[in-house]
Design a protein around this ligand. Structure first.
Ligand code: XMP
Length: 327
């Protein structure tokens, strides 16, 4: 039997009861597979790796070693949430690595989008490898592979390796407890495991993170401005009931300035571009009709609260012809 094929009669996990049955079954299977050995997991804070971490903590507790690499391109509060949820609440064996300087130093002056993606992906593997080499007695590598990943790699669709996509020649045996599940099922299982709702239902976020939204060569001041503006957009979407409704929403900041006026003097700043799209499969996307009142509120907050930003614009371009990301 090919263990990478979802059996036709497998019930879709849609309720807490079905999730609980899946969890019980997996906990037993994981204990049988792992025994008293140690498992390593790259925990990004994304839905899939978070659910795998929570499952493994339930099954083998401290035999799981989670490594969270902060590449400096996370959204505001994300690494903090990983530490709080896994390190503190769930008592995981968590290694936190702040590799911000390594990534930003390598990215300095690099403006070509594909080169930026490659640097981020390559450095991620390097940092993770260095950390795992320091650990002793690891026998297994856990991964948040889900069923669409298996289907896409069979079709040869997946062109780019994500950050968190690890090298092919791994020396560990793989542990992939959610590999036959679809995304909606992973979320139901995550909630049943007690993970925070905002973690389980978070919008898609690219592996290279804010690196694809800080357009051109990344600088620390512009990256900070982007992170703060993005946090304001997310907060306003949360408060106004759009967070659970809109598929993906974020800010991009290009690397040019325009003239403005602040406190009666000339003020040169970057524009913050709002993107808010709806889609089923990210192949095409439509634009969310954000109420004008809310757009004014967001504009007012970003231009007053975020140093370096002096304009806010709303991108009305559907995909096609625009891609979802600006890079
Ligand atoms: P585009 O910009 O191609 O994006 O319309 C489609 C979806 O893919 C996400 N995206 C990425 N995800 N690594 C990722 O993991 C990447 O390099 C990357 N680039 C784009 C994007 O956020 C959108 O959801």
């Amino acid at each position: 039997m090919d263990t990478n094929v979802r059996p036709e009669n497998m019930t879709r996990i849609t309720t807490p009861e079905l999730a609980k049955a899946f969890i019980d079954e997996q906990v037993e299977a994981l204990r049988a597979q792992i025994g008293d050995k140690k498992v390593l997991l790259a925990l990004s804070g994304g839905v899939d790796s978070s659910v795998v971490a929570a499952l493994l903590i339930k099954a083998v507790g401290k035999q799981l070693v989670c490594v969270h690499v902060n590449h400096g391109l996370m959204r505001k509060g994300e690494s903090e949430q990983v530490i709080k949820v896994f390190g503190e609440s769930l008592g995981a064996n968590l290694i936190y690595i702040d590799a911000t300087d390594r990534f930003l130093d390598l990215l300095a002056g690099v403006s070509e989008p594909e080169t930026k993606r490659k640097i981020i992906g390559g450095e991620f593997i390097k940092v993770f490898d260095e950390e795992s080499a320091k650990l002793e007695g690891i026998s297994f590598l856990a991964q948040g592979t889900i069923y669409p990943d298996i289907l896409e790699s069979k079709d040869g669709v997946k062109a780019h390796h994500n950050v968190g996509g690890l090298p092919e020649d791994v020396k560990f045996e793989l542990v992939e407890p959610v590999k036959l599940l679809f995304k909606d099922e992973v979320r139901v299982v995550g909630e049943a495991l007690g993970l925070p709702h905002n973690m389980v239902y978070r919008q898609p976020f690219p592996g290279p993170g804010l690196g694809v939204r800080c357009l051109g060569a990344i600088t620390r001041d512009r990256l900070n401005a982007l992170r703060e503006a993005d946090a304001i957009l997310r907060e306003e979407f949360d408060k106004n009931g759009l967070a659970g409704k809109v598929w993906q929403y974020f800010i991009s900041v290009p690397d040019f300035k325009s003239v403005g006026v602040k406190d009666g003097v000339r003020y040169e700043g970057w524009p913050a571009i709002i993107r808010a799209v709806n889609t089923v499969d990210a192949m095409s996307a439509t634009i969310e009709e954000i109420p004008y009142e809310l757009l004014h509120k967001i504009t007012d907050r970003i231009t007053h609260e975020v140093p370096g930003i002096n304009r806010v614009v709303y991108d009305l371009t559907p995909k096609p012809i625009g891609t979802i990301e600006w890079e």
